[in-house]
Design a protein around this ligand. Structure first.
Ligand code: CP3
Length: 356
């Protein structure tokens, strides 16, 4: 059961393909994670984060955990955007309290060292596809499974900077000073990402999201070349091979570039960060684009009336459009479980007809 038969498609898939569904489909970025005690319990049994992501039994279990508690309309595959550089031999390690560390790729020689790994990169991640098929088999047909990858630009920021938490001067400098070297790195990532996402689709993913966490650090010309162009190539390749699978792009911080992104990349849905006013998105983004977002993650940490009011504002602003409710970025480890319960209950009770 892939959920793609007419009439039996999960509500999330229908919304992503542009249907104004009667209720609000929802999931939360980073819904599997440290705010859940049952996640921390399994995480403690797997100290190496990459090995944890590549353990289908554990990854399947933590993917399903949030749905058992909160009844989201979608599970998101438990994995990480840095598995693609891992498969390309970029030496990915997660250090406790420090975040990810990679062997920096900063010149033509370092890019050339990735080439031999490209052809086998998607196959090296076969444990991920095993997780996808286990999760799909365990889900209710009405629930969707979202597969994902990082966008080439965002993944490249980690590869060139050698980790996270930097000011992006090295990656922006390489892209500006040696565009042909950087282009080759992006091309490698485009090819590896297409193969990786196709395998997730074949294993049973019902929708795919491209996380572009750092698209907002690029000026407009760089956004066009390093975000819009590679994303369009990935979308075209997936669309050709898997037309029944909707694609979500999340260009975080894109600001005034959002409309261009929605118009030019061909994604079915655009993930919005909390900086975008819901009413602006409803008015300015193309009608055929499904909106996804965009509650400030700090408000789910606070909970109460403030969270409810901001949630209602999003639902009210988007009542005439196809949308998927989400946060503007990932749930943080300090979020109380009761707040996620309260928000999920509010979303489950909402009906479009009553909102009109
Ligand atoms: O529930 C889900 O959202 C599914 C799993 C998922 C993870 N990472 C698990 C994870 C997803 C979709 C991601 C995407 C991801 N990974 C992004 C894009 C989304 C975003 O948040 O902007 C990025 C930039 C990464 C890279 C990454 N992974 C960093 C910078 C870190 C360290 C920071 C941190 O939060 O610790 C990770 C680790 C990571 N990936 C964790 C989880 C649950 C925490 C690791 C742990 O359990 O110790």
């Amino acid at each position: 059961m892939t959920g793609t038969e007419p009439g039996t498609r999960p509500i999330l898939v229908r919304a992503l393909f542009g249907e104004a569904t009667s209720r609000a489909p929802f999931w939360f970025m980073r819904q599997a994670g440290r705010y859940l005690p049952e996640y921390r319990a399994i995480r403690a049994t797997a100290p190496d984060f990459v090995a944890f992501c590549l353990d289908p039994e554990k990854a399947c279990e933590v993917t399903l955990q949030p749905l058992r508690r909160f009844g989201m309309d979608a599970a998101i595959l438990f994995a990480d955007i840095l598995l693609v550089p891992h498969a390309l031999g970029a030496g990915v390690a997660f250090k406790a309290g420090e975040g990810p560390v990679l062997e920096p790729v900063r010149d033509a020689a370092a890019v050339a060292r990735l080439e031999p790994a490209l052809a086998g990169a998607a196959e090296r991640l076969s444990a991920v596809y095993e997780t996808v098929s286990r999760v799909r088999a365990a889900l209710d047909p009405a629930q969707a499974l979202i597969g994902f990858a990082g966008s080439p630009w965002t993944v490249a920021t980690y590869m060139v900077e050698g980790g996270g938490g930097h000011d992006f001067m090295r990656v922006r400098g390489l892209a500006l000073r040696e565009p042909e070297v950087f282009q080759r790195l992006v091309d490698i990532l485009v090819e590896a990402t297409i193969a990786y996402l196709c395998r997730q689709a074949e294993a049973g993913a019902n929708a795919l999201q491209l996380f572009d966490t750092w698209s907002g650090v690029l000026p407009a010309a760089g956004f066009e070349r390093w975000v819009v162009e590679p994303t369009s190539r990935i979308v075209a390749a997936l669309r050709a091979r898997h037309p029944g699978i909707p694609l979500i792009g999340f260009p975080r911080g894109a600001g005034t570039n959002l409309r261009r992104y929605a118009e030019a990349t061909g994604v079915d849905a655009v993930g919005l960060d909390a900086g975008v006013a819901p009413a602006w998105a409803a008015r300015e983004l193309p009608r055929r684009t499904c909106l996804q977002g965009n509650l400030d993650p700090l408000l789910i940490a606070m909970g109460g009336e403030a969270m409810d009011a901001a949630t209602r504002e999003i639902l009210h602003s988007w009542r005439e459009r196809a949308f998927v409710f989400n946060l503007g970025h990932g749930i943080t480890p300090d979020v109380p479980v009761e707040n996620v319960e309260r928000l999920s209950a509010l979303l489950r009770a909402w009906r479009r007809e009553e909102a009109r």
